[in-house]
Each structure stands twice: as C-alpha cells, then as structure tokens.
Design a protein around this ligand. Structure first.
Ligand code: A3D
Length: 307
C-alpha cells in the first residue's frame, strides 16, 4: 500500500503522521511546493518511527515521480481560510491548485482513489473528479466525517457522556448549509430528540455548522487540522482495511436523494474499491428542502468554474 499526501501543511502533515502511526501504508509520500519542507517533515516523522514503532517509509518531495503507483492520494494542498474569509473566497485559487495536482496524479497513479480535503470541499472534489477522469467511486470528499465528529463532540459535552456512545448523522455540503439530522443522531441508540429539548439541539446544530469558523477565530491564523486529519484518515483506513464503514462523504450524485450532477455529502459504504454503496434514507420535506439548498449552493459554485 502506497499513500500520497499532497500538501504538507497542517492537515497534510498531521494526516501523514496518523497514516504512518496506524501503519496504513508501507510508503507515505508527502508532496509540497515549499522547498525542503516535505523532506524535513517526512524525515522528522520517520525519526519518530523507532519510538512509535511503525514501519512506514516516509518520503518528502516537491515533484510527483515519487508518487507513481499510489493506491490512495489525499489532497490537502491549497490555501486555508483566514479569519473573516469564507470558504468560497478560496474557490478560484484552490481550483487552479487542485487542477494542476490532479493532472500529475492521474498520469502517475491512474488506479488510485482520491480523497479530497481542500476547500471549498464539494467543489474541489468535483474538480479532481472532472480533471482526473476517474470513475465516480474513486473520488471522495472529506467533510461529513468531520462535521459529524464535531456534532458528536458537542452532544457529548452537553450531556456529559462518553463520545464513544454518540453517533451523529450529517448530510449536505460542507459549511454553513450542512444538514445535521438530529433524529438519526443517537446516544447509545437513543435518538437525540428524546434526550434534549429543541432549543438545545438547535444551539448544538448551529455550533456544528460554525465549527470550522470557531476554530479559525480561536487560532487567529490557519484553520482546524487535528480533527480534519483524523477524519480523512478514518476514511482512508476504511478503504485500506476494506472495513466497509458507513461514513458521510461527498460523492457524485446521480439522482440519489433527489440530487443530480453534484458532489454532496451522503452516507456511503467505504471499502477497498472506494465508494461501494450510497445508503439512502427517506427525508422529511423539511430535511429535503435543506439538502436541496445545500446541493444548489455547490452547483452554483461548480457553474462558476471553467473546466
Ligand atoms: P496549510 O497548513 O496552509 O497547508 C496547505 C499546504 O498546501 C501548504 O503547505 C502549501 O505550501 C501547500 N500547497 C499550496 N499549493 C500547492 C501545490 N500546488 N502543490 C502542493 N502543495 C501546495 O493549510 P491546512 O493544511 O490547514 O489546510 C489545507 C486545505 O484543507 C485548505 O484548503 C483548508 O481550507 C482545507 N480544510 C478542509 C477541511 C474540511 O473539512 C473539508 C478541514 C480543514 C482544512
């Protein structure tokens, strides 16, 4: 198993370290445009291997030859949001970056599975899918795992229970229009509306929607990376170990959930082939309306691109 991480910044480097510590790959290649940085970080990570006891080879590079034959490519390269900057401000700049990277990857690793992290997430996943020409099962966006992890953390904090007993369900695009589904979010199997009043749920949903901005504001520079890298690596682990986890991911929809020709977050089964199934559930009219709006936002951004 060979995994390439493009973008050696906060999310990329932390993800590479997590991938190595979990021994998900024999070889982890870290690519970044900054001279010396991916080499330095890879060497530093490899020097942690005797202590953490992992056997992955770590390679840092500015080029793509070392990435050839990768099984999975995690794309985290691009600009991160600064305080006051919306994800959409990043749209055009990151499109250019992701387009260039995808061309290099598609040439050298034509059978790989691409996991996208760069924002605006749903649109960047579209760019990678379109530019690579890969089957839709092999281009997947990470957002729902992070959004639902945030929702789960806030539920656990509110109730004072273990996060291990909390599961949550989030649909839709990443960002302000995500659609958390409280009735499918449970604590030890008990639906959330049986444990909290509506005002509390609304407050937690709101905090989840703004979870990224909350961290951006606290950090002052840069955006979240511990939870985002953990979320991307959970998806990669399900693929590498063929675990068939059911995780919310951004995928190309062709009529599922009433959405067509758009990348949007829905629950999928992730295994060694990538997306092995899209799990469909019936939404209430209100939930469907929210999802339609979320997908529409993504479509409008896709329409701004000239690909
Ligand atoms: P940061 O620490 O700035 O790292 C980005 C790295 O990309 C930098 O080291 C750059 O040098 C590098 N880079 C820029 N252009 C290229 C290129 N053409 N080829 C290779 N490397 C390049 O940012 P970060 O790691 O915090 O975030 C990375 C991206 O992930 C941003 O777009 C974030 O908005 C996004 N992000 C998304 C989520 C989601 O939940 C979807 C969460 C967190 C971050």
């Amino acid at each position: 198993m060979k995994i390439t991480v493009v973008g050696g910044g906060n999310v990329g480097a932390t993800a590479a370290q997590r991938i190595a510590e979990k021994e998900l790959a024999n070889e982890v290649v870290l690519v970044d445009v900054v001279a010396g940085m991916p080499q330095g970080k890879s060497l530093d990570m490899y020097e942690s291997a005797p202590v953490e006891r992992f056997d992955s080879r770590m390679i840092g590079t500015q080029g793509y030859d070392e990435t050839a034959g990768s099984d999975i490519v995690l794309i985290t390269a691009g600009l991160a949001r600064k305080p006051g900057m919306s994800r959409d401000d990043l749209l055009l700049k990151n499109t250019e970056i992701v387009q260039g990277i995808t061309q290099e990857i598609a040439k050298r690793s034509p059978n790989s599975i691409i996991v996208m992290v760069t924002n605006p997430l749903d649109v960047m996943t579209y760019v990678a899918w379109k530019v690579s020409g890969f089957a839709k099962e092999r281009v997947i966006g990470m957002a729902g795992v992070l959004d639902s992890a945030r929702f789960r953390s806030f539920i656990a904090m509110e109730l004072g229970v273990s996060v291990k007993d909390v599961s949550a369900f989030v649909l839709g695009g990443h960002g302000d229009t995500m659609v958390p589904l409280p009735r499918y979010s449970t604590v030890a199997g008990i639906p959330l509306p049986d444990l909290m009043d509506k005002a509390t749920i609304d407050r937690i949903v709101d905090r989840t929607r703004n979870g990224g901005a909350e961290i951006v504001k606290l950090l002052g520079t840069g955006s979240a990376y511990y939870a985002p890298s953990a979320s991307a690596v959970e998806m990669i682990e399900s693929i590498v170990r063929d675990q068939k986890r059911i995780l919310p991911c951004a995928v190309w929809l062709q009529g599922e959930y009433g959405q067509k020709d758009v990348f949007c977050g829905v629950p999928v089964k992730l295994g060694k082939k990538g997306i092995e199934q899209i799990i469909q559930i019936k939404l209430t009219p209100e939930e469907q309306k929210e999802l339609d709006k979320s997908a529409q936002d993504v479509k409008e951004n896709i329409a701004k691109l000239k690909l």
